[in-house]
Design a protein around this ligand. Structure first.
Ligand code: AP5
Length: 209
């Protein structure tokens, strides 16, 4: 199965991608993670991505499409978290991949800034927490591996509001794009994490059947 996760910043794409990829043994491919790794490595791509991410803007389509195309070469059964994000990316993806379902996690804007600002991520294993909604047992320490938790540089109110406005302009139209192609699964992402996972997995079972 090849799945796309759609939704605004902070909707829970990464959280749910981890659950879905574990259940169906899918490769979890997150363009945000790819760009953050490039920033950490100090590569030329990293320098370019860092400037866009700090401004809350999208990395240019040509760069992002080339990275995903290369990453998907020879890969079967994956979940794409954060790609596509523009119509140009979606059209390019259609030219080199067959997508079975696009899961749209819908969450109203008033929830999203709170979710992003409270997010904490493990430096070692990448597990995601939230200081209120999914807190680790010991503050600042990952339950899974004992790694140190950190806050993403773009998880602040100012950058989030730019990310949200870019989402409205560039990414929201993809809901219609996948609806028209009969691939869209709509999920209410306001519910607690476990309930959202249950609904997504139930819908994906229907796709598999
Ligand atoms: P990316 O890393 O993809 O960020 P994003 O889309 O803005 O999404 P987030 O990672 O912020 O949120 P999420 O939906 O994964 O939520 P999460 O599960 O963590 O991209 C970052 C940047 O990279 C972009 O701004 C852009 O510059 C660039 N980029 C990436 N892809 C690109 C592309 N295709 N094209 C161009 N540029 C690209 O959850 C958030 C928090 O909420 C967590 O703390 C979690 O514990 C909590 N939470 C989750 N679900 C729930 C729930 N149901 N109830 C309560 N809390 C919840």
């Amino acid at each position: 199965m090849n799945i796309i996760l759609l939704g605004p910043p902070g909707a829970g794409k990464g959280t749910q991608a981890a659950v879905i990829s574990a259940r169906y043994k899918l490769a979890h491919i997150s363009t945000g993670d790819i760009f953050r790794a490039a920033v950490a490595s100090g590569s030329e791509l990293g320098a370019r991505a860092k400037a866009c991410m700090e401004r809350g803007e999208l990395v240019p389509d040509a760069v992002t499409i080339a990275i995903v195309r290369e990453r998907l070469t020879g890969t079967e059964n994956y979940i794409l978290d954060g790609f596509p994000r523009t119509t140009e990316q979606a059209e390019a993806l259609d030219s080199f991949a067959k997508i079975d379902a696009a899961v749209n996690i819908s969450v109203p804007a008033e929830y999203l800034i709170d979710r992003a600002i409270g997010r904490r991520i493990c430096k070692k294993c990448g597990a995601t927490y939230h200081i209120k909604y999914n807190a680790p047992q010991s503050e600042g320490i990952c339950d899974k591996c004992g790694g140190e938790l950190y806050q993403r540089a773009d998880d602040n109110a100012e950058t989030m509001s730019k990310r949200l406005s870019n989402y409205e302009k560039s990414t929201r139209p993809l809901i219609e794009y996948y609806r028209k192609r009969g691939k869209l699964i709509e999920i209410d992402g306001r519910k607690p994490i476990g309930e959202v996972s249950g609904e997504i997995l139930a819908k994906l079972e229907e796709v598999r059947a």
